[in-house]
Design a protein around this ligand. Structure first.
Ligand code: ZN
Length: 100
């Protein structure tokens, strides 16, 4: 199940890849970026008491988005350095699962 945080992270990632088209925006890289950000935000948010079990609405503030943008951007750089596919092989149109 997706947390509200993950939803916002994916949203932030989507808008960042729109602005920074040099980064691969395929699902695989998106998943990697989200995973990296989630790993970082989880301890951070719990230790600061901000709590990421906060209401989804609280995550949609500009402040939280700005904070997450920094983390997402860092993660995008890390994923871009070590993509799980060949650099030329940008999986923009992932083949659909058969029988979807
Ligand atoms: Zn990719």
């Amino acid at each position: 199940m997706r947390s509200p945080l993950e939803r916002v992270v994916r949203d932030v990632h989507a808008s960042l890849t729109e602005r920074h088209t040099e980064f691969c925006a395929c699902e695989q890289c998106a998943d990697d970026v989200v995973a990296l950000v989630m790993n970082q935000t989880k301890p951070r948010y719990t230790t600061t008491g901000l709590g990421w079990a906060v209401e989804a609405a609280d995550l949609d503030t500009d402040q939280v988005r700005a904070q997450l943008s920094v983390l997402v951007f860092e993660a995008m750089h890390r994923v871009a350095e070590q993509p799980r596919h060949a650099p030329s092989e940008t999986v923009t149109s992932k083949p659909r699962e058969p029988g979807r």
